[in-house]
Design a binder for this molecule. Structure first.
Ligand code: EPZ
Length: 427
């Protein structure tokens, strides 16, 4: 397994490119199932999860051709062709590695009239059920059966009729599955209390480019007129707002200044507002976001919430930043029940954090000390990298395969702006 070594203390400075969004890519790729014509995705990030999703689609008979990727380029162009499906089964050995595999359920039952997908199971941050996905598909006319660890969805007459979906709680993935299932239904669909994340706006825009009829994009109420079929399209993946927020925290925690090229402030307003409240300078520039921290970090009270609230995917990174604040901060995680796995690892580096249920109190300390630490999940891993960038001495982050799921060429991007960081392979 690879490890990442960081010798902290350097203030980062320079321009850092932001890649395509992982959580947009993972819902755009299954859209290819909805048409017999090719879907070309540009600015696709070079990530382990994107590769895993490509392998899953290959198993269904979708070809995925990557073109024009020079080694020095960030991102890739992928053309996906689903003109002839060879399977409607998403197997356990892939789904267990990446729970986002569940996002083939909706488009597959819409395209083929049936889909059999392994239940994803839980992960480090929570048990993460899929009941909302299944209830939404039933509301659209699918028949659902659970057996032997798989869920099987079928459209009674081979095509979903559409219907009314109301989500009792906001769910990004369930909203995405419902949208992808509804765009080729034989009748209209209305979705209430839909998630509004920018990645869902990206999904809707890509589907509209493929010929779908969706009203209310970006709002919590979506009206969808089913189409007989969708045509191919070329679509560019949005920039990754969580990657951008993560590197903004890197600039802040090291007392540096970074220009995040490609970042869009209007898609990460809650993160920008939190940085400004912490005393960080944030300037919106054409096609970029400038982040600088010269006067220390002020403590914050933050509570995660569905978009446009403060993103749960930014909680661990801000916790790392706030370990160096001039005072005590309070973080509340309202989305997932176990998203504090980074706390004991940050404590090994000298952080002072007390967790009680969903709330963590972070008391700023004068310094962090580098140490060997263990990555447990994607965003927790990033919080350890951030702490290592600011710590005195060397930090060794183990199990960096977690990082490779969501951060494209992290050590290259950080080295280029002054970090003393290297990847060591045990292989
Ligand atoms: C997406 O996960 C993201 N993943 C997550 O990012 C992100 O943290 C999450 O949305 C919240 O923003 C992708 O887009 C691939 P949810 P998802 O359904 O769709 C509960 C990262 O680090 N729930 O919005 O799985 C669930 O347990 C990852 O990039 C049900 O109860 O999240 C959670 O408490 C981590 N039943 C809450 O809803 C369901 O059927 C929100 O989950 C579905 C979800």
């Amino acid at each position: 397994m690879d490890r990442i070594l960081i010798r902290g203390g350097n203030a980062l400075a320079g321009r850092l490119p932001i890649s395509g969004a992982k959580n947009a890519a993972l819902t755009l790729m299954p859209c290819a199932l909805l048409s017999e014509e090719p879907l070309t995705l540009r600015n696709l990030p070079r990530l382990a999860d994107v590769d895993t999703f490509g392998h899953l689609l290959n198993q269904l008979g979708v070809s995925t051709l990557v073109e024009g990727a020079r080694p020095e380029d960030f991102g890739r162009v992928m053309t996906l062709r689903a003109n002839r499906l060879t399977s409607t089964v998403a197997p356990y050995d892939i789904v267990r590695k990446m729970r986002a595999s569940i996002l083939v359920l909706g488009p597959l039952v819409a395209r083929a009239g049936e889909a059999t997908v392994s239940l994803p199971g839980g992960c480090a941050i929570g048990n993460r059920p899929i009941d909302l996905h299944l209830k939404a598909l039933e509301a659209l006319g699918a028949e659902i059966e659970l057996a032997a660890g798989y869920v099987r969805a079928t459209a009674p007459k081979g095509r979903l009729p559409g219907g009314r979906v109301h989500f009792p709680i906001v769910s990004v993935g369930a909203t995405e599955n419902a949208i992808m299932a509804a765009v080729t239904a034989s009748g209209p669909t209305r979705i209430d209390n839909a998630a509004r994340e920018p990645e869902i706006v990206d999904l809707c825009r890509c589907l509209v480019a493929m010929g779908a009829a969706i009203e209310g994009i970006g709002t919590e109420t979506l009206e969808i007129e089913g189409r007989e079929r969708l045509h191919g399209a070329t679509y560019a993946v949005m920039p990754d707002r969580i990657e951008a927020g993560s590197y903004a925290c890197a600039a802040a925690i090291t007392g540096g200044a970074l220009e995040l090229v490609g970042a869009r402030a209007d898609e990460m307003r809650a993160t920008v507002d939190a940085l400004i409240a912490a005393g960080v300078t944030v300037e919106e520039r054409p096609g970029a976001l400038y982040v600088a921290a010269k006067n220390g970090i002020a403590p914050l009270e933050l509570s995660t919430a569905p978009y446009p609230g403060f993103a749960t995917d930014m909680q661990a990174q801000f916790m790392a930043l706030l370990t160096r604040a001039n005072g005590a901060s309070v973080l509340t995680e309202t989305i997932f029940e176990n998203r504090y796995m980074h706390v004991p690892e940050l404590a090994r580096m000298g952080a002072d954090i007390r967790v009680s249920g969903r709330t963590a109190v972070v008391r700023g300390v004068d310094r962090l000390i580098g140490a060997p630490v263990m990555a447990t999940d994607l965003r927790a891993s990033m919080s350890l990298i951030l702490a290592g960038l600011a710590a005195q001495g060397e930090t060794q982050v183990n199990r960096v395969y977690h990082l490779d799921r969501g951060y494209e060429r992290l050590e290259e991007k950080l080295s280029a702006v002054g970090a003393n960081i290297e990847r060591v392979s045990d292989g």
